[in-house]
Design a protein around this ligand. Structure first.
Ligand SMILES: CC(C)(COP(=O)(O)OP(=O)(O)OC[C@H]1O[C@@H](n2cnc3c(N)ncnc32)[C@H](O)[C@@H]1OP(=O)(O)O)[C@@H](O)C(=O)NCCC(=O)NCCS
Length: 268
């Protein structure tokens, strides 16, 4: 059963850098929701948080923010979750700080049932992924989705990582590649695997070596025992030095990339 994201109460002002001020006003201008089967993917720059970022987070998010050792990581977490709330709030025409989430049995956050039921605009599915200063937020109206972005890490994969996560056929494909291509191809493959794991809500409970996605496929259908319907899987364009992918249960239509520029101007 999903459990609530709520954590024990925190003392006020335990984060000294939290700015005070009135909570953000209800957003009046709704974002246009994706059409059925379509997916909107938002690119978020985590070193540019929305205004009043801390004030839209709930206690559990404050508690998580507190646990980061480095300010850089804390601030990026805050920015990612503030943008998540701002964007979902704009679709649902709800105040971002009022949104309630539940966590699935393997950690996947979703909007709560009551949130979905009370939304006059209809349900929303989302998934978030972050890497360094960039995050992707995928949004759909009618389909479980998973998104993943990975910064390429030079020198990887080493033998332990590759044999730990790739199928035998994928390993063979990787070994055929020129050495200079292996890092980018591996991380693109890994992003596609994680997007699948995240669409199903399973995370690493889905053993990556049992999930064959190949090394260089751009778009494909993946059939899994865990799912009654196939997963649609595609690479996503992203900035140099990163790999990204999107997976949707049952198959997606048009995928559009969104930037927060206009939303950001409306909030300022
Ligand atoms: C969910 C998981 C698969 C994604 O981890 P990740 O790549 O580190 O993180 P991402 O940024 O892509 O995704 C994290 C977000 O996905 C969401 N998420 C968490 N669990 C999830 C699940 N089971 N299913 C779908 N989404 C999930 C959350 O929104 C989370 O964001 P938050 O932590 O800010 O709340 C995680 O279980 C994991 O541990 N991955 C392993 C990473 C790893 O070992 N990499 C090495 C290989 S190169």
């Amino acid at each position: 059963m999903p459990s609530s994201l709520e954590l024990p109460q925190l003392e006020q002002n335990t984060l000294p850098h939290i700015q005070s001020g009135a909570p953000p006003a209800l957003q009046t201008q709704a974002l246009a929701r994706p059409l059925p089967r379509d997916v909107q993917v938002w690119e978020l720059h985590l070193d540019q948080p929305p205004p009043n970022a801390m004030q839209v987070l709930d206690r559990s998010e404050h508690a998580r923010a507190l646990r980061f050792v480095h300010d850089l990581h804390r601030n990026r977490y805050i920015a990612a979750h503030a943008w998540l709330r701002r964007i979902l709030g704009s679709y649902l025409q709800r105040a971002p700080q009022d949104l309630q989430f539940v966590i699935g049995p393997y950690g996947k956050p979703e909007l709560s049932q009551s949130e979905q039921a009370s939304a006059e605009t209809g349900p929303l599915h989302f998934n978030l992924s972050h890497s360094n200063d960039i995050a992707l937020l995928a949004v759909s109206t009618d389909m479980a989705i998973g998104v993943d972005i990975e910064a390429l890490r030079p020198g990887l994969p080493d033998a332990t990582l590759a044999t730990g996560v790739l199928t035998a056929a994928e390993l063979a494909e990787l070994e055929q590649l020129p050495a200079g291509q292996r890092t980018a191809v591996f991380f693109a493959c890994w992003a596609r695997k994680e997007a699948c794991m995240k669409a199903l809500g399973l995370g690493l409970a889905l053993e990556p070596r049992r999930l064959h996605v190949g090394m260089t496929v751009q778009r494909q259908q993946v059939h899994l025992q865990q799912s009654h319907v196939p997963l649609d899987l595609a690479r996503l364009p992203c900035r140099d030095g990163y790999a990204a992918a999107l997976a949707g249960v049952g198959g997606f239509g048009r995928v559009t990339l969104q930037s927060v520029g206009e939303l950001s101007r409306r909030l300022n």
